[in-house]
Design a protein around this ligand. Structure first.
Ligand code: WNU
Length: 152
């Protein structure tokens, strides 16, 4: 069995490699590790459903997910991108205080996601201005691309 310390070290060094978090001081990252949960998903499972309320932010530690979204005039949600290890999702509902704006579907068995709840997300992002403005800009950009593809 893996010790708590070993698990901590493993996720700490993983988070150090996540580009989004590159600027966070080490003690901050260590705190993020302390409040993480890990969720496991199988291919085809919905991790996030469009339109639902959401209070969590995810970082992919293993596996792959696809992002799909409903668009005007089309019966099926359209695939918009694939995300893999080190990518993250779920920040938009937290930042824009809105419902989930796309579906996130697991695309590989035994996908591992690190999950940060709203309070810890706010603590992680709120104390680091550059990260906050980076994410805000990114979220605005997502809203613009949603409009361009006539998302519902
Ligand atoms: C997109 N439009 C919308 C992605 C992940 C992180 C960043 C892109 Cl910084 P949520 C659904 C999630 C949403 C985003 C993610 O899906 N998403 C998108 C789009 O074109 N959402 N509306 N592309 S992948 C991605 C940038 O994380 O957050 O809480 O749930 O609305």
């Amino acid at each position: 069995m893996q010790t708590t310390q070993a698990r901590h070290n493993e996720y700490f060094s993983f988070l150090c490699s996540v580009s989004l978090l590159r600027g966070l001081p080490e003690e901050k990252l260590a705190k993020v590790v302390d409040c993480l949960e890990v969720d496991y998903f199988e291919k085809g499972e919905y991790i996030i459903r469009e339109g639902e309320e959401g209070n969590t932010f995810f970082i992919i530690a293993k596996g792959e997910v696809i992002v799909t979204q409903s668009t005007e005039g089309l019966a099926e949600p359209q695939e918009i991108k694939t995300l893999g290890v080190g990518d993250y999702f779920g920040e938009k509902a937290l930042i824009s205080e809105d419902v989930r704006s796309a579906n996130i579907i697991c695309n590989e068995n035994d996908t591992h996601c690190l999950v940060v709840d709203r309070d810890n997300f706010n603590q992680m992002v709120g104390t680091y201005e550059e990260l906050q403005s980076y994410l805000k800009e990114y979220v605005d950009e997502l809203s613009r691309s949603d409009e361009r593809r006539n998302a519902l």
